[in-house]
Design a binder for this molecule. Structure first.
Ligand code: URA
Ligand code: SF4
Length: 234
């Protein structure tokens, strides 16, 4: 009885989500079973139509990394390269991140890497040749949050690293600001015993000059070192 009731509710959600153009959310696309694995979630997310971003992207870019990872890194959304390859942080920002992680004593392969939003949002450049990153809005971040919440619930990490404002706003609320929160242990969050916020690695790439770039990169490494320490202390 309970099961069939749940299924009909799910079917209804699916039907109405297809009919309306506005914000719908990923909730109706989650696997209809308790405690889905990361593989279950990845498979289900491939068919997500919880907001309009799936329409102009190649596919869902889900999180990646070992199920036993004790540290989860959360970025904003896939970029052009990530969209083409179907994997998170494989473009220029991913290179900065991997280098900074290694310098902080963390191997990327030991971490689970994901994003607040799972489809690439972009606008064409003026010549219509390149796809330029466009910032996801609050509605899109909220729509996609069930995937991020389900990934973290499946992993039960010791440490969550928040890479930039979008990830922070998804996990800690719309008042989140990197400058106010970075570089310390945000202990006892609803997501993990420890959380560390830092800049998004693409901010390093956007720095106006070499000095600013070096300073931003050092700050990123410093915050990741704290995350490494908190992981080691557990
Ligand atoms: N920027 C992000 O936030 N995530 C990616 O996967 C790539 C670039
Ligand atoms: Fe679903 Fe997130 Fe993609 Fe929107 S961005 S369609 S909520 S996976």
């Amino acid at each position: 009885m309970r099961e069939s009731g749940k299924e009909s509710l799910l079917a209804k959600n699916h039907a109405s989500s297809g009919a309306r153009g506005e914000e719908r959310g990923a909730e109706a696309f989650l696997p209809p079973k308790p405690e889905p694995t990361l593989a279950d979630l990845k498979e289900a997310a491939a068919g997500c139509r919880g907001c309009d971003l799936y329409k102009n992207a190649t596919g869902t870019v889900f999180g990646e990394g070992p199920a036993r990872a004790r540290i989860v890194l959360v970025g904003e959304q896939p970029g052009d390269q990530e969209d083409r390859q179907g994997r998170p942080f494989v473009g220029p920002a991913g290179e900065v991140l991997a280098r900074a992680l290694a310098e902080a004593g963390l191997e990327r392969a030991e971490t689970y890497v994901t994003n607040a939003v799972k489809h690439f949002k972009w606008t064409p450049d003026s010549r219509g040749k390149r796809r330029l990153h466009a910032k996801p809005n609050g509605g899109e971040v909220r729509a996609c949050r069930p995937w991020l919440a389900a990934e973290i619930a499946a992993l039960k990490p010791r440490v969550v690293v928040i890479l930039g404002a979008t990830a922070g706003q998804s996990l800690l609320g719309s008042a989140f600001r990197v400058g106010a929160m970075r570089g310390r242990d945000l202990a006892d969050t609803e997501w993990a015993p420890h959380a560390v916020a830092t800049i998004h690695p693409s901010a390093v790439l956007r720095a106006p000059d070499d000095a600013a770039r070096a300073e931003m990169y050092e700050g990123l490494v410093r915050d990741l070192r704290l995350a490494a320490e908190l992981l080691g202390a557990e």
